[in-house]
Design a protein around this ligand. Structure first.
Ligand SMILES: *Cc1c(COP(=O)(O)O)cnc(C)c1O
Ligand SMILES: [Zn+2]
Length: 558
């Protein structure tokens, strides 16, 4: 690997010294690694296939001298998972989840921590300071423990107790600040200055941004492994695929900065043609970048007192990172967007129910942002979308579930009351499930749609579900089972939804069964008037994520 550290202010190029925090010429802290791409192209990407699928696979484009760091914990190389259920719900055909929960400490901060600590160890550092909204301190602590580096972690009192205990578990000293994250950062700087200690500088830490690049490398390589080489690829000029969108919840914004740089370097090497549009998402209570971007500002207006329960995303003053990210978002045709805490919690819940992926609320923010951009028509059905999904899941449930979310069986008590143990078990079970489940018939010719509706209903309550794959079967099924509710597709071959409704209305037993029509596309005025008075409700399939759908189902079942 052959590279220099280039100052973004005066252009001075210096060799990399991990423990120096500024440009030797002008003292600017804003610098980046610049590689000799001709040298890198000799091995990259041709040599990659023989290497392990982890962060160090991309060593030609990483600022580290030792190619084989001894501090590894299995960082990087996380799965890229196709999200078929969520995709279907949103009408997205190519939705992928980069599962960054699957790292040593469950967040993508493992990337930055592994490279940063490896470099600091090379630089002889033994004690350091970091301010964090939680996950950076956890990741740095894990690697610092292996490297024998002492970490002073400054966190705000809003960071969940489980996260603070984990930082402490690795042997770091937690310093809890009752104040904003920006204040915690100031305290950390002051402390580091007084003691002459190295301080992690967030997006100004060269190794942190460089580590985040590996997300871009992996995404492009994995899309290619899963879908075949990109157009124009040949043996001597292999081309990787890139997504159309990279969606991530941001706090300080380092993730997208690094991801952008990663794609840019791939483009310089001729391995890809396009850099994806960036969609950084913030929470409304702390959205300085989104608000500044929407106002067209070049410099961010800080949010002095963030109001969000999602502490991971509580950077109120993004500083220069905003201006850099703004240029990249504009250049790639991306957008900044914000969503509420509640939307984030709901999206987090949808992700878990639909895809079996439980991530912390900050990742819910990324998904809520995705939902919003799809609804706004900014992200299109055929776009290839990658969402960064990351973070611990522990602090979630206190906001998500109201009382009664468990169904409790105390066998000791039940058994004592009953004459026989068997009777005790049965009556205990009866107490937690209703005697009769509500009965719902789903008539839809696409199996995926039926599976999705079944999944949504079952994840939220007790339903007995019947399925029919076409209109004729549907009419027979409904006459036989007399369900409490029918969910009906309109566009079906042969006997369509309109004909099904005519058949139901023509018989006294079925004429009063409520019908929800679920369609894949917006109806025309004509089509709507044909349905007038015939159905109880009309849902677009992309709207199924809305709790409205379930509210509607519940209100129609008597
Ligand atoms: C750090 C973090 C973010 C924000 O990342 P940045 O790119 O640094 O703004 C989002 N989600 C989780 C879970 C994080 O740990
Ligand atoms: Zn300089």
């Amino acid at each position: 690997m052959s590279f220099v550290i280039r100052c973004l202010d005066c252009g001075h190029a210096a060799p990399f010294t991990p423990n120096s925090m500024q440009c030797p010429k002008c003292s600017s802290q804003w610098r980046e690694a610049e590689y000799d791409m001709v040298v890198a192209a000799k091995t990259f990407p041709s040599q990659l296939t023989r290497r392990e699928f982890d962060l160090w696979r991309y060593q030609e484009l990483l600022p580290i001298r030792t190619p084989n760091p001894s501090l590894r914990l299995g960082e990087g190389g996380t799965p890229l998972i196709k999200a078929a259920n969520l995709g279907m719900m949103l009408g997205l055909n190519n939705l992928y989840i980069k599962d960054e929960r699957q790292g040593p400490t469950s967040s993508f901060k493992d990337r930055q921590a592994s490279l940063t600590i490896a470099a600091l160890k090379e630089g002889g550092i033994t004690e350091m300071v970091a301010a964090s909204t939680g996950n950076v301190a956890i990741a740095l602590s894990a690697y610092a423990a292996r490297a024998g580096i002492k970490l002073w972690a400054f966190v705000t009192s809003l960071v969940p107790g489980v996260k603070m205990r984990e930082i402490a578990l690795y042997g770091s000293q937690v310093i809890k600040i009752t104040g904003s994250y920006d204040q915690a950062k100031q305290m950390a700087s002051e402390f580091a200055r007084q003691r002459g200690l190295y301080q992690d500088m967030g997006a100004r830490t060269v190794t942190a941004v460089e580590a985040m690049k590996t997300l871009a490398f992996e995404i492009a390589e994995q899309l290619t492994l899963q879908n075949g080489p990109a157009e124009g690829s040949s043996d001597d000029n292999p081309k990787w695929r890139t997504p159309d969108w990279y969606v991530q919840a941001i706090s300080g914004g380092m993730g997208p900065l690094g991801v952008y740089k990663g794609f840019k370097e791939l483009k310089q090497l001729g391995i890809i043609d396009n850099i994806p549009a960036l969609a950084p998402i913030q929470v409304e209570g702390c959205a300085p970048m989104v608000e500044s971007w929407k106002k067209g500002l070049e410099i961010a207006e800080p949010v002095l007192s963030p109001k969000t329960r999602i502490e991971t995303l509580a950077t109120g003053d993004p500083g220069r990172t905003y201006s850099m990210l703004r240029n990249q978002v504009n250049e790639t045709g991306g957008v900044f967007e914000s969503v509420s805490d509640e939307e984030s919690f709901r999206a987090m819940h949808a992700l878990a129910k639909m895809e079996g992926i439980s991530a912390e609320p900050a990742s819910g923010t990324a998904f809520a942002g995705l939902f919003k951009l799809v609804r706004a028509g900014i992200i299109k059905p055929d776009d290839v979308v990658v969402v960064n999904c990351t973070g611990h899941t522990m602090p979630a449930e206190q906001y998500l579930f109201t009382e009664g979310w468990t169904r409790d069986i105390d066998l000791g008590k039940k058994q004592a009351e009953a004459d026989t143990p068997q009777e005790g078990l049965l009556s205990a079970l009866n107490n937690v499930t209703p005697n009769r489940f509500s009965r719902v018939a789903v008539v839809d010719d696409t199996p995926e749609a039926r599976r999705l509706i079944r999944r949504i209903l079952q994840s939220q309550g007790d339903f007995e579900i019947f399925e029919a794959a076409n209109g004729r079967e549907g009419v027979e099924l409904i006459a036989r089972e007399l369900p409490d509710l029918v969910i009906l597709d309109l566009m079906m071959p042969e006997m369509d939804g309109y004909a099904v409704m005519d058949a139901l209305r023509s018989k006294p037993e079925t004429t009063n069964i409520p019908v929800i029509v679920a369609t894949a596309k917006e109806l025309t005025v004509d089509e709507k008037s044909r349905l007038q008075g015939q159905i109880q409700s009309l849902m677009l399939k992309g709207d199924f994520l809305n709790d409205e759908f379930l509210d509607e189902v519940r209100s129609l079942i008597k």
